[in-house]
Write a protein that binds this ligand. Sequence first.
Ligand SMILES: [Zn+2]
Length: 241
Amino acid sequence: LARLWRACAVWGLLLALTACASTPQQASPDAPRLWQYATFSEFAAGGYAGTLPLSAVAASGDMGLGTVHGLDGEMIVLDGVIYRADASLALSRPTLDVATPFAQVVRFEPQARGNPAGVKSLAELTAWLDTHIPGDGFAAARIDVKDARLKIRSVPGFTPPYPTLEQALTRQRVKELEHASGTLVAVRGPKNHGGIWVPGWHMHFVSADKTTGGHVLDVAVDKGEARWMTMSRFELDLPPR
Ligand SMILES: [Zn+2]
């Protein structure tokens, strides 16, 4: 009987290995993916007219980044809730019929976690993330922080003719926060981006009390809890053209 069981086990293992070998890696439509609305290059050239309702963003993921019509603030999606940081860095919750010109979201299912400590700058934090998430592939992370020092920015909103993103950012408003608690929402794209996605790390902040937030320019944190996932798939929806 023992020999029979051994034989069964060996055949079972072989079958399992065959099944694994014949399954193309991460080709499943259910594999983790980054969903994005509009190409980054067209957005950054001044494509700020909102053409997709936020309801479609909410349907595509529960964590991510973006902006709203007219580049009127920074957008953060966290735990399925969409926030907008206005030029005073105050957060509000836009209604889902507000339109966006650019957004990136994932269905956040963390695969690993770690604790960044003694991080003194945004560059140090992204370096810490890169050592834990090797390579430069698509990744999404949330870093819950306490007692952090932050420099965040937002933008005041524009009307046509729209400036380029570079020009628009000369009008950014900056706020520095001390002893801040909240969550950093971060998305990484491969460096070789072809103008399609945002290369490297892009990070926004939502305070724990959901009153303050924006695009992260700098951050120092003694203790944090990071969770992250990597994505092998990228899905792009284009605005009407
Ligand atoms: Zn941003």
